[in-house]
Design a protein around this ligand. Structure first.
Ligand SMILES: [Zn+2]
Ligand SMILES: [Zn+2]
Length: 166
């Protein structure tokens, strides 16, 4: 979805509002994907300086826990505000995805904000202990390898001690 930011800054006297779906199913987010198009609300309000933009994004993400690989489904719901002036549209370093004609690419903006909002490393829970290196099960599920796991280094040290003593 495109928003003609330049002509809004030049002419608008009344606020603009739009509800749209950003289909980012093909977008490459790296560590996660969207299970459905993001539900977005966008508004622009004329100000003395230029325009105040508001973007609200609701997105359902699919990912894998970085430690135990368990599927993660998580809802993100956030909003961003931007204050824009006419000279920003001409600025090559303008932070918003604005094309040459002054059109704002709202899908691209939603993409950028999701990349910013969702952590690059997602965990099923903050204290996920990952997988047991011996049996491959989730550690919190309580595998029986813990004693063997703890005993191994002790055994190694003991065998060195025995060698020294002999
Ligand atoms: Zn996990
Ligand atoms: Zn185990």
């Amino acid at each position: 979805m495109q928003f003609d930011l330049r002509s809004f800054l030049e002419n608008a006297r009344v606020p603009y509002q739009a509800h749209f779906l950003a289909d980012l199913s093909q977008a490459d987010f790296g560590s996660f994907a969207l299970s459905a198009p993001a539900e977005c609300d966008f508004s622009a309000t004329p100000t003395a300086e230029g325009a105040a933009l508001l973007l609200c994004v609701k997105a359902q993400i699919e990912a894998e826990c970085a430690r135990c690989l368990e599927p993660i489904h998580r809802q993100y719901d956030f909003q961003r505000e931007y204050l824009v002036r006419m000279r920003d549209v001409e600025d090559p370093d303008f932070e918003l995805p604005c094309q040459e004609k002054g059109c704002l690419d709202l899908n691209e903006l939603v993409f950028q904000e999701l990349v910013f909002e969702v952590p690059a490393v997602l965990l099923c829970s903050a204290d996920c202990q990952g997988l047991c290196p011996i049996c491959g099960k989730k550690k919190v599920a309580g595998c029986t390898c813990h004693s063997a796991d703890d005993a191994a280094p002790v055994d190694a040290r003991l065998s060195i001690l025995k060698q020294l003593l002999s």
